[in-house]
Every structure is written in C-alpha cells, then in structure tokens.
Design a protein around this ligand. Structure first.
Ligand code: HGY
Ligand code: MN
Ligand code: MN
Length: 416
C-alpha cells in the first residue's frame, strides 16, 4: 500500500474550532463538560456532529444501541470500510477532549480528504459509540461491547441509572435509537485517536503514543449491610457500622493494588451511603472498586484478595457483604499491522513517539475483537483527565489527527 506524502496534513485550526464548538454543548461548571450519555445534551451533541458529517457529504447510519456512523464513499463500494472514531459522551466532571478528539479527528479526516479531492479505495466511516464512559450506565464501553457481541442488547437496554431510568428507554426518549442491527457492520480496520489521560507522553516529551496494548479492568460493586442506629445513644461495641466497614475495605483496595507495583492500580470512585444522615450510623454502604492491570493474572489475584479480605473484615465487624462484578475486560494486544502504520506515520511526519500501554479503557479495546485495531494517543497537560481542567494543545491535537490521517490513508489506499 502506497504511503501518503509527509506533506499531507489535516486542518488543525478547523479541528480545534470544532472541538471548542462541541464543548459548548453540555458545559461543566469550571470549563469542562457534563454531557453524560443519553441526556438531552448528548442528543444535542449528536445532532451537531450529524449536521457536520452531512455537510461533509457523508451518509449517516444509526444502530439499535445509538452508535452513529458517518460514511464517505470509496472507489470500491464493496470494499470493507476503514473505521475511525471514539465517543462523544463525557464524565459528569469531564474534559473537552476525552473521546471527542477521536470522533472530531475522524471528521477532520473526511473534511481534509474533501479539501484535497483525495479518493480512497475503501470507504471511510467515522463512528460515535454510545456510553463509552459507563458513568451513568455501567459498564463502560457498553455499546461497543454490544457491537462485538460481549453484551446482549436486551441486557444493555435494562441497565438502570441512579434514578432508576433504563438505558433502552432513555435512548428512545432522546430519539437516537436506530434500526440497524448492532454489530452487523464489518470493518477493514479501526483506528481510535485519544488523549493519553496519563502523564507519560508529556513527561517524556513525546508528541505521539503508539498504543501497543491496553490494560484490563475489573469493576466490583460491594454492598455492606449493618444496622442503622443512633450515633449518640448506641454504645460503640453494639454498633454495626457499614460505613466503617467500607472505610476498611477502601484501605484494603489500596494495599492490594500496591502489592502489585508498579503497574496495577485500584481505587473507588463511586460511593453511596445510607441513610446518609448526620446522626445515623450507616446501615448500608454500596461502592464500586476499579482494579486495572496489563496482566490478567494480577487482575484475578486482586479480585481474589479483595473477596477474601472484605469477607474477613465484615465477619469481624458483624456485617454482611455482597460482591458483584459489574464490568470488566481482559488486557488487549492491538493489531501489529495497524500499530506499524501508526508508528510509520509518526516517523514519516517527523513526530517524536513512543510505544505505550493504554491505562484507560476505550471502545478500541472491544472493537479489537472483530477487526484489526490500533490507537493513537496525544499528551494531555499534567496527565489530567476525568477532570474539567483536562487540557491539550492545538499542536498535540493536530499531530495526533495527522498520524490518524496517514494511518487511515495507508489502510484505505489512495486511488489516483
Ligand atoms: O474507564 C475508562 O477507562 C474509560 O474512561 N471509560
Ligand atoms: Mn475516553
Ligand atoms: Mn473517559
């Protein structure tokens, strides 16, 4: 496959303008975004993306999980398309770039191909996958998971949010539930551009992360049951304090993760305490543990240590404990051919680059099961993400999109 010339570049200014335009939809409270999946703001962001894709001459597809697909025709309409994309949904205190850079970076490729009147053999499709974040509806990457057959669609439709609203009902309510069978689309290859969401590229002063692997994830929801009682008149030895039990399990999570230094990580980001009243000893605590590691055996060991340790803590305190696995995926090795295209593109364009294991999960981690897949990462300031202060530079966005452009062109094959 002929490689594109090193002078072929996207329009970095236009990409940046689109990022800033999209960021106006579902604004956060301190400069970031709160455009959670299946909210009215998500619907507005989808409509804006669709209008841009139509203006760029794409035909639109929408499947039964609300996954969006914008297609630019190739010279061979029978050839499997090259897909690019990511997600437009954000965390409640999310940044302007997590996911969005990958979707709008894909759109910028289409816009640049139009500007340059370049034809490719394979069609090119830009995808927006529903509910990558998993914050409103667990697990993360829910819709790309249904797309590759990991999750049943009906199970996904029945996921409920903190207000008891079902995924399937909310998808219908915002008007973005399509007719296409989820997962019917076949891909020649898939590339996802994403911010690193960690500090490595910036501290190593590298423009591009050539993502060879993605670490695995395990989300375990823990429910600890004790007895609600008066914080003043209940003698200490009589208390069944679910909140204290939770605190001891949180400490255990930290110990378990650190016992697998340097790569394993563990934390708890979601906590509900009941009845959450200042003068009631909590009789119930529900929280989600997020364990990750590049090594599947380490993930299994962390899950086992947690289960044994939590039972021990709760038994000692007279509490009941229930564990439920609510999300997870194995460590991922991306396609060597696609990874080499990313590395070769970085070299051709003269960008500093390094191989990287993705710390975060991405739709690419699932799509890798059904098509040759690779990821391209750009640095982010201070490695900060899942925080409204998430920031990147226009240069980093452009470099990442240029590498995406070249990798896609090489794979989709330019026709003269
Ligand atoms: O949790 C993750 O790694 C991703 O941001 N959903
Ligand atoms: Mn993301
Ligand atoms: Mn994210």
């Amino acid at each position: 496959m002929s490689a594109p010339g090193e002078n072929l570049k996207i329009n970095g200014e236009r990409l940046w303008e689109s990022l800033m335009e999209m960021a106006k939809i579902g604004p956060g409270i301190s400069g970031g975004n709160n455009r959670q999946t299946l909210t009215d703001d998500d619907a507005k962001g989808r409509s804006l993306f669709e209008s841009w894709c139509k203006a760029a001459g794409c035909t639109m597809g929408l499947d039964q999980m609300g996954n969006m697909f914008a297609r630019r025709e190739g010279s061979d309409s029978e050839a499997l398309p090259v897909y690019v994309g990511s997600h437009l949904d954000t965390q409640p205190t999310g940044g302007k770039y997590d996911g969005i850079l990958g979707v709008l970076g894909g759109l910028e490729i289409i816009r640049s191909l139009n500007d340059l009147s370049i034809k490719t053999k394979h069609p090119i499709v830009v995808a927006n996958f529903t509910n990558e974040e998993g914050t409103r509806y667990a697990p993360p990457m829910l819709s790309s998971g249904v797309f590759v057959g990991i999750h049943e669609q009906e199970w996904a439709y029945d996921r409920i949010d903190a207000d008891g609203k079902k995924f399937g009902d909310e998808l219908k309510r915002i008007g973005w539930r399509g007719d296409e069978e989820t997962g019917a689309r076949k891909m020649h290859a898939f590339f996802e551009l994403h911010i690193e969401q960690g500090p490595i590229l910036e501290s190593e002063n590298k423009d591009i992360g050539v993502v060879t692997h993605g670490q695995g994830l395990s989300w375990i929801q823990v429910t600890i049951l004790g007895t609600d009682s008066h914080t003043g008149s209940t003698p200490m030895p009589m208390r069944k304090n679910a909140g204290l039990g939770m605190a001891r399990v949180l400490e255990l999570v930290e110990t378990i993760a650190l016992s697998h230094k340097p790569h394993a990580v563990g934390a708890v980001g979601h906590i509900d305490i009941y009845p959450n009243s200042r003068n009631v000893i909590p009789g119930k605590a529900v929280f989600t543990i997020d364990f990750r590691s590049p090594d599947i055996a380490v993930i299994a060991d962390m899950e086992k240590s947690l289960s044994e340790g939590a039972q021990e803590i709760c038994k000692h305190m007279g509490l009941d404990v229930h564990l439920e696995k609510v999300g997870g995926f194995d460590p991922v090795t991306f396609d060597e051919g696609c990874v080499s295209s990313v590395r070769a593109a970085s070299e051709r364009l003269g960008y500093s680059h390094m191989d990287l294991i993705s710390g975060a999960g991405h739709d690419a981690c699932w799509i890798n099961r059904v098509a040759p897949t690779a990821m391209i990462m750009c640095p982010c300031v201070g490695g900060l993400s899942h925080n409204e202060a998430e920031e990147i530079t226009m240069d980093w966005a452009s470099s990442g999109a240029n590498v995406l452009f070249h990798a896609v062109l090489e794979t989709a094959e330019i026709v003269d």
